[in-house]
Ligand binder design. Structure first.
Ligand code: SF4
Length: 275
């Protein structure tokens, strides 16, 4: 049986939430250890023998399960994500993911808000509420959300991708696949960005960063808010437009790094398509 974030939290960590590992809670650290391969020794408060024992088990687990990367075929990634979430009981999901449990013809189904739509998570499929299909990468992303194991509600403490352990290899992808396309599309068109955001269920907020020209809050899933900050170009001063995405500090409990990047790309795509 594979170790989950919950196992590591319960069996290994001190549960003091001291933050010395750079992550504010022991549970979030546990999920990043399992999903993002952060070494257990980053917690300086572990008995070395216990840490070594569980690290060995985790290393074996990671070598067997691999991980999905976007260069995998969609089919491989979906199979991997489905396997990762196979032990989930749909009845347990509302407490962790939000949404509402329904009974459809005797089968438990989770109805989950997704951007400004609703999706249905059934034992053998994930579709939109009207029965239409999600694309494969969206399904991979949602299965990974189910498997990640977190249950914290967002705290509105915002962090960037760089603040998440083991995210360094993905920072450039965030730049090229998310920030640059958004800058290209919306430079000099702040009003169009706002319009597009409202169309996909986002809202304008003020409190996050007073220096940004526009701050937008998206709620792709109930436990996963995302803030987009936009600074428009100042051509006379040689300042190019800038975009930054921020995530709630609990996001490592809910998504692995690859899925965070996928979600960010999806937000960028939806915004560009909405204009
Ligand atoms: S350093 Fe260890 S005890 Fe402190 S928050 Fe991180 S995991 Fe928990």
């Amino acid at each position: 049986m594979s170790l989950t974030g919950k196992d590591i939290y319960k069996k290994v960590l001190p549960k003091t939430n001291c933050g010395d590992c750079g992550i504010p809670s022991c549970f979030t650290f546990a999920t990043t250890v399992v999903a993002n391969k952060v070494p257990l020794k980053k917690c300086p408060h572990l008995d070395p023998e216990t840490a070594a024992h569980y690290q060995k088990e985790l290393d074996e687990q990671h070598s067997q399960e691999g991980s999905y990367v976007r260069k995998d075929t969609a089919k491989e990634a979906l199979a991997w994500a489905q396997k990762r979430s196979a032990s989930m009981d749909i009845k347990d999901l509302p407490e962790r993911l939000g949404g509402e449990l329904k009974d459809i013809d005797g089968t438990p189904v989770l109805e989950l808000p997704y951007f400004n739509d609703t999706i249905l998570i059934k034992p053998d499929s994930i579709t939109k509420k009207d029965g239409s299909a999600l694309n494969v990468w969206e399904q991979v992303f949602i299965y990974n959300h189910m498997a990640q194991g977190g249950s914290s509600v967002p705290k509105k403490q915002w962090i960037s991708l760089q603040d998440i352990p083991n995210s360094t290899p993905k920072v450039q992808s965030m730049r090229t696949a998310v920030e640059e396309p958004l800058i290209k599309h919306f430079k000099g068109q702040q009003d169009q960005l706002l319009k597009a955001a409202l169309k996909i269920g986002g809202q304008r907020i003020k409190e996050t960063d007073a220096s940004a020209d526009l701050a937008l809050l998206f709620q792709p899933l109930p436990r996963i808010p995302v803030v987009l900050l936009f600074w428009d170009e100042l051509a006379e001063e040689g300042f190019d437009a800038q975009v930054k995405l921020l995530f709630d500090e609990t996001i490592p409990e809910h998504l692995d790094i690859e899925s965070i990047l996928f979600l960010s790309e999806r937000i960028a795509e939806l915004l560009c398509e909405a204009t």
